[in-house]
Design a binder for this molecule. Sequence first.
Ligand SMILES: [Zn+2]
Length: 408
Amino acid sequence: MIVRARTVVTMDGPAIDNGAVVVSENRIVDVGKVDEIKTRNPGEAIDLGEQALLPGLINAHCHLDYTCLRGKIPSQKSFADWIRAINAEKAKLTADDYVASITEGFAEAKRFGTTTIANLTAFPELISQIREPIHTWWFAELIDVRAPGRANELVDLVRRRTDSLRRAINSVKSAPNWGLAPHALFTASNNLYRCCEEVAQQKNILLTTHLAESREEMELFRDASGALYEFLKSIGRPMDDCGSKTPLELFLAATAGRGLPNWIVAHLNELVDGDFELLEKSKTQFHIVHSPRSHDYFGHSRFPFERLRALGFNICLGTDSLASNENLSLFAEMRAFQKKFPAVSSEEILQMVTVNPAMALHHESVLGKICRGAHGDLLAMPLSGGDMIEEIIAFTGEPWMMVGGQIQ
Ligand SMILES: [Zn+2]
């Protein structure tokens, strides 16, 4: 199948005016000027006319579990209050509600041009009930911080932790692409982070976590104070890791820095100068996801994009969940980013939802760009003759789409 468009934005070199892409089964087999393509590839061409054709977008951080919580949680006074509010909403949901929520989320993400998603789920046992319409990395979200109780219950607690990790792995590993997501330093123990790293090394999978998201998380760990500290203490979390180190220091200690390229780290809004020095010294790097609209919803500290970019970090965009965002559009996410960081070029912003997340998923040769051998995941939207990439970012409709070689 040949698809011709006014311009092919390959994200793999300069855009091709009057270009065409050849897709066979689920892969791109040729790309170039339409005349050359037609000489090399006989057959009918679909002409999309005055449109830009680009690779399908990649959402690097999302929780489709909570699609049904859109608009349910008004912005709260503190991050701890938000956690209380989402826990109260979650308590009302059944397994069927979650399946419906995830299914609805997939449909919405796809409608907005997303063809690959890194999705955290707290319910890996539900994955088998869901047919993903787009490429999906399922990350089993793991939480093990609970009231430790009496000392003689600790052995039992460790056993239960190991059992629940094993159960989560058994459920999630049926997915073609899977990984593990120890939720955050304040909900997952050091031991759990270490176990996840071991599994990642053995099974060659990816890991993701939330890190240094809120000012309260910084206060909790560095100062042993604040609303999140008080909340976690009140539910009986062991607080002996609080009062000296920053979240980043604790994360690097928990992971021992070995498998950092396997990690996709969400947020990183709260970093102090010492953290940047640590990042500069580190021989390997993790990947970073920023969620501009969820960030605005919470009123977090400014995301230190420029400093992280200067250190060479691979930075991606994600929507986070609809418990803190209004929809799953990566176009809206790009616009929110652009508003905050007007000096960043539109090309660089588009990379944050294409080639950058493809690299974070270790699939940079087949996702996020239009080249021979890549997945047949394409989008197209009309052009009116202005700055092309600006027009793409400003796009608010539903694009023409091909997913896995199939026109949608
Ligand atoms: Zn998240």
